[in-house]
Design a protein around this ligand. Sequence first.
Ligand code: FES
Length: 179
Amino acid sequence: MSAEAPARPPQRIALLTEPLREQIRALFPRYPSKRAVTLPALHLVHEHLRCVPLQAMSEIAELLEIAPAEVHDTMSFYGFFPQAPIGDVRVWVCRSLSCMLRGGDELLGHACRKLGIHPGETTPDGKLTVEFAECLGICDHAPAALADDGRVYGPLDEAGVEAMLDELKRGRKDGPTRA
Ligand code: FES
């Protein structure tokens, strides 16, 4: 009986490209340790992939010579890095005290109903992701929302939310879509 070579496991394609790895390595001299590069590395990966999937998390860990759990801890502490791709524009509607007292929760619900999604979801056309946030630091605009391209909205009412969604659906302020 001829012995067949055992099937090789499929090779995993790296999510972090070599230029991206180079960008991360270039940060090493600027920080006291590789571990301290975790947060900036997450931002770089998020910028390129628009999310940080599990595989990218373990590739970052490998590059920084730390455990994947440490990267995961940093990721979950900040709650900023989605694991799946998000819309061209990401908007956070605040539901912390100042905004909540002025109807922030209801406005988040209104935004999601208008788009036919739930908080944390992306519209089927991939244009918009709506999330709730704790205090965005713009309480003087309560009830407020913040887009990930820096646009601030508030004080919002239902009409203001609809105008905001219309504007955001037209794309990012710095260009129609992200790379
Ligand atoms: S409570 Fe909403 S921005 Fe501060």
